[in-house]
Design a protein around this ligand. Sequence first.
Ligand SMILES: [Zn+2]
Length: 307
Amino acid sequence: MSSLRTAFSSSNTSAAYRILTARRTLHTSSLSSSTLSAFSTFTRKTKPSLSLGNSLVTSSRSAHRITPSSNLSLHQFSTTAHSTMRVIPVPALEDNYSYIILDEKTSEAAVVDPVQPQKLMHILQHLGAKLTSVLCTHHHWDHAGGNVELIAKKPGLAVFGADARIPEINYVVKDKEEFKVGSLTVQALWTHCHTKGSVSYYVKDGADRAVFTGDTLFLSGCGRFFEGTAADMYNSLLHILATLPVETKVYCGHEYTKANLKFAQHVEPENPHVAQKLQWCMDESVTVTVPGTIGEELLCNPFLRVK
Ligand SMILES: [Zn+2]
């Protein structure tokens, strides 16, 4: 369970005040609600399908209403017809997410926070993907704890991160530094606070955008301030992540969305977007809520709606 309720309040009283008064200081986006809702994945009617080995996963109503025909709860998303980026969220441990980012043009792939590498290797094998990179959002065990096992199995991988405490790290990224995974461009964004070395990875493929936020930004919430201040989190959320294009898909480190939306509704009981997304989330067939979008977060996430 997210520490969202205590995150700001336990760390900084002025930030807590901003949260609790969010109803009076709502962030008013320059974009209209109807424009933003065009990017809303929870109202989207697209029907993605994928085959993974012998499993077939199709959506029944929206990108999130997945009806698996096997035990595998694996989904992959593509946003634009011309995009070659595919993202596969892989649930891990109790409520963590690892991700596979596949560049279909070159079959090159990266994994994000591969805490259970065996699971990821199995999927990569099915995809026929060539794993080249490991993107670590931060050093916590439930994110970076699989690195040693992964590198033992696949020596020579580039292990990216911004914290010497990350096992097997061999490439320390600078803020805003760009590198490639196949034909995809990845930009490291320093989003410190949850830890001193927390990084978000912003991936661009033509017009397609995705950001992997670890435990900094959750859908409708944010991470705990283990090694930073409320001001650090405010900067990471408002000045960095919230400024990404609204259509950017958000892939976070934990499945906390339902609990976060309940808190968001407590903070903003009259926010129709929160009510709509919470209603969707309460459907027990919805077990995987990623990806969100930056546009959705601007509408629903109380931590992005404070000034
Ligand atoms: Zn963490």
